[in-house]
Design a protein around this ligand. Structure first.
Ligand SMILES: C=CC1=C(C)c2cc3[nH]c(cc4nc(cc5[nH]c(cc1n2)c(C)c5CCC(=O)O)C(CCC(=O)O)=C4C)c(C)c3C=C
Ligand SMILES: [Fe+2]
Ligand SMILES: [Fe+2]
Length: 324
């Protein structure tokens, strides 16, 4: 009998209806990795912030058909990865699974499905190339609890981060190159990543450093001498100070300098509200109003063959090393 391999992909998840927005937000803001307060204070604060944010968030999702596309797009990635791993001829039966952190399928549902598959080996693969305590660590912690509850005892290997993975970099550089070919005027590349509160970075989170590493690798791989590029941070929520520069500020700066922008989502591997609404509608509108001569958005890597092949190689390499 061939060995059975389960590869579990992790992402944030997103609401699949208007009714799902509030509970999705509640799940997000009651995560101790996001709101670092003891219970029952965290529960109370989560109720309050989720309640306040629901109207805005419903409006955001209404602009893209009332729901997040993150699950169907992650399912496409899971299918493509399964085929890519099969193509490596590892002599295993592979099945990919998805566990979302804040909306379905949640870790508990996925752990039950993985237990039913009865794998001999498990590889955990967060769809966050850059490690953050707020994303990767939060998802992995939830998984380990859910897996224990589901009675999963198979050897489990974790791919914690892959900010300079060759496949990721190749895919992002390919898409960036295509976008750069479309612009004539002086241009700057904005590598836009989801932001984090500054205090999360000050507490030692490696996310910002790893985002910088990805940006440097893509800028090198696209091989345009003298390329003007900068990393900026989007999606700030709440009144706290977040890591800078903010993407809005960089758009205003480009407007005042008369420089076109090519915007590449450097920390998202699929499309969702942060790319389709924030980058494509809100920031595009800002760019138009502040005189940016051209605004081109590079798609997220999605199922780009180089990206998926890179993920398959990461799984293969990790399988060849001992489980924790
Ligand atoms: C690199 C990825 C992400 C990090 C880091 C991250 C941190 C983070 N996010 C919030 C609050 C919200 N995020 C929301 C949506 C959202 N966030 C990410 C990724 C990261 N978040 C994704 C992929 C999405 C999109 C979900 C989808 O549409 O499918 C939202 C909801 C939308 C909105 O109301 O704007 C909130 C809220 C915090 C507070 C945080 C770090 C502390
Ligand atoms: Fe977020
Ligand atoms: Fe946002």
């Amino acid at each position: 009998m061939t060995r059975k391999l389960a590869v579990v992909l992790f992402n944030l998840g997103g609401p699949d209806s208007a009714a799902a927005v509030k509970p999705f937000l509640f799940n997000l803001f009651s995560d101790p990795a996001i709101i670092r307060l003891p219970q029952p204070l965290r529960w109370l604060v989560a109720k309050l912030i989720a309640g306040r944010r629901t109207k805005t968030a419903i409006e955001i999702y209404n602009r893209i058909g009332g729901r997040s596309p993150i699950l169907p797009l992650t399912q496409d990635q899971a299918c493509a990865l399964e085929q890519a791993i099969e193509g490596l001829g590892l002599g295993v039966t592979v099945k990919t699974f998805i566990a979302m952190r804040y909306w379905h399928p949640r870790a508990a549902e996925t752990a039950a499905a993985v237990a039913a598959f009865a794998p001999d080996d498990i590889v955990l693969l967060p769809l966050y190339p850059q490690f953050s305590t707020t994303t990767t660590q939060s998802s992995l912690q939830e998984w380990h609890l859910a897996a224990a509850k589901a009675g999963i005892a198979a050897p489990t290997r974790v791919i914690e981060s892959y900010p300079t993975d060759q496949g990721l970099i190749q895919a992002q550089a390919l898409l960036l190159g295509k976008a750069l070919d479309e612009v004539r005027s002086p241009v700057r590349v904005l590598f836009s990543a989801h932001g984090l509160p500054q205090k999360v970075i000050d507490a030692g989170d490696p996310y910002q450093r790893q985002v910088q590493q990805t940006a440097e690798a893509v800028a090198r791989a696209v091989s345009r001498p003298g390329l003007d590029w900068v990393v900026s941070y989007q999606s700030r929520v709440g009144p706290m100070e977040w890591i800078k520069p903010y993407t809005e500020a960089e758009i205003r700066r480009a407007g005042s300098e008369g420089i076109a922008l090519v915007v590449l989502p450097i920390a998202f591997v699929s499309e969702h509200s942060e790319t389709l609404v924030e980058l494509d509608i809100e920031y595009r509108h800002l760019a138009e109003t502040c005189g940016v001569p051209a605004y081109i958005r590079v798609p997220a890597v999605g199922t780009e063959p180089a990206f998926i092949a890179g993920l398959a190689r990461l799984v293969e390499t990790r399988l060849a090393t001992p489980a924790e």
